[in-house]
Write a protein that binds this ligand. Structure first.
Ligand SMILES: Cc1ncc(COP(=O)(O)O)c(C=O)c1O
Length: 391
């Protein structure tokens, strides 16, 4: 059977590989604890579930979704209120916002709406594995921009060769960062706008962890002067409101790009179930308290992991964002070898840094999205079974 050549470019999805490892160990009767995957284990706040149920009872919500290619105006207005309240960013709901089936979907429609075949598109390395397939699918080529620990895992624009910067048409990046947990600063975002303007590059600023920050201010790219001239921000209800399975998010910013994304969506899907959009309105308007609790939960888990790592010899400056800890592998181990060692010794699964790009080698990623009990069990195993490492 013929399948498209473009699929040959796509490496096995990292998390499929991890899931296979977990299932294989479980089939051997091992009690595996996964700290590899970033998917909240707490349930969605009750008022959001109630809003869904109420809207689902109303037959008016059963046909194709309202304003299908843009999302319900009422949802987009809630997005505008949320950005105003939480980020001091003003958006016009009628033309600067489009609803998404999650931020991952948004990356794909950004590529379809903005990038041409043959284009060069910048992505960070290490980086979220979701961007490259979207770039390949539209016949363009990704170009890796290294992120180094000495630069706080922020791309150094001066290191991007001038010819690459000149020919690139777009740049995908995300802070608070998956996988490194690094956060952007207002100075960095100013430089990003400057870089995009001077090289005529469209920015796809993917910000699904915008609410997950520790001890620093949350930031929207759209709060940077000139940001709307050069790009859009993707955001999502998945991570802040424990709604990964609900599939709802938003793209906001430059109205031409938003229109391009909406056009691509109009010719692909038929929008998001109205009842899910009503639930999204409840999340955006009424769940600020939940964010406080969510940050306490992840803050507590983060502190426990850091304490255990320090006890095992890591001298480690933790990142300030996202629900990940990006930790150097001990001396003598590649990232994959250290993950295998952790699985063998402790039955704990970590994500190997090399799965996020060549510059991810030498690191492993711990995720905070596991229950307190299971995390404590994983850390107890590490303290009991491992002897301190050298670095
Ligand atoms: C950087 C980044 N972008 C996008 C996504 C996908 O998020 P969503 O559930 O909104 O599609 C993830 C999920 O892990 C992510 O880490």
């Amino acid at each position: 059977m013929q399948t498209a050549d473009r699929l040959n470019k796509i490496p096995p999805y990292l998390f499929m590989t991890l899931r296979n490892k977990i299932n294989e160990a479980k089939s051997r009767g091992i009690d595996v604890i996964s700290l590899a995957i970033g998917d909240p284990v707490e349930s969605t706040p009750q008022s959001i579930i109630d809003a869904l149920c109420k809207a689902a009872q109303d037959p008016a919500n059963h046909p194709y979704p309202t304003d299908e290619e843009w999302g319900m105006l009422a949802f987009r207005e809630a997005v505008a209120r949320w950005y105003q309240r939480r980020y001091n960013v003003t958006l016009d709901a009628s033309k600067e916002i489009v609803a998404l089936i999650g931020s991952k979907e948004g990356c794909h429609h950004f590529a379809l709406g903005v990038i041409n075949p043959g284009d060069t598109v910048l992505v960070t390395d290490p980086g979220y594995p979701g961007y490259k397939p979207s770039i390949w699918f539209v016949g363009a080529e990704p170009h890796a921009v290294p992120m180094k620990s000495e630069d706080d895992f922020l791309p150094n624009f001066e290191d991007i060769p001038t010819d690459v910067a000149k020919k690139a048409s777009a740049f995908f990046l995300n802070y608070p960062n998956n996988p490194t947990g690094a956060v952007a600063t207002p100075e960095f975002l100013n430089k990003l706008v400057e870089f995009a303007k001077s090289n005529d590059i469209v920015v796809c600023y993917d910000n699904p962890y915008s609410e997950v920050v520790f001890g620093v201010d949350r930031l929207s790219f759209l709060g940077t002067p000139g940001a709307k001239d050069v790009g859009v921000e993707l955001n999502s209800l998945s991570k802040p409101y424990n709604m990964t399975g609900w599939r709802i998010g938003m793209a906001s910013g430059n109205e031409d790009i938003i229109k391009a994304i909406a056009t691509s969506k109009a010719n692909t899907d038929s929008g998001i179930f109205n009842a899910v959009q009503y639930a999204g309105i409840e999340a955006l308007d009424n769940c600020d308290d939940h964010i406080v609790t969510m940050l306490e939960t992840y803050g507590r888990r983060r502190a426990s992991i850091i304490e255990t790592l320090r006890g095992l010899g890591w001298t480690y400056d933790p990142p300030k964002g996202a629900f990940y800890l990006w930790v150097p592998a001990p001396k003598g181990y590649t990232s994959a070898e250290f993950c295998d060692y952790m699985l063998e010794e402790c039955a704990v699964v970590l994500a190997p840094g090399a799965g996020y790009g060549v510059n991810g080698e030498g690191f492993v990623r711990f995720s905070l999205t596991v229950s307190d009990e299971r995390l404590e069990e994983a850390l107890t195993r590490m303290r009991d079974k491992l002897t301190p490492f050298t670095f």
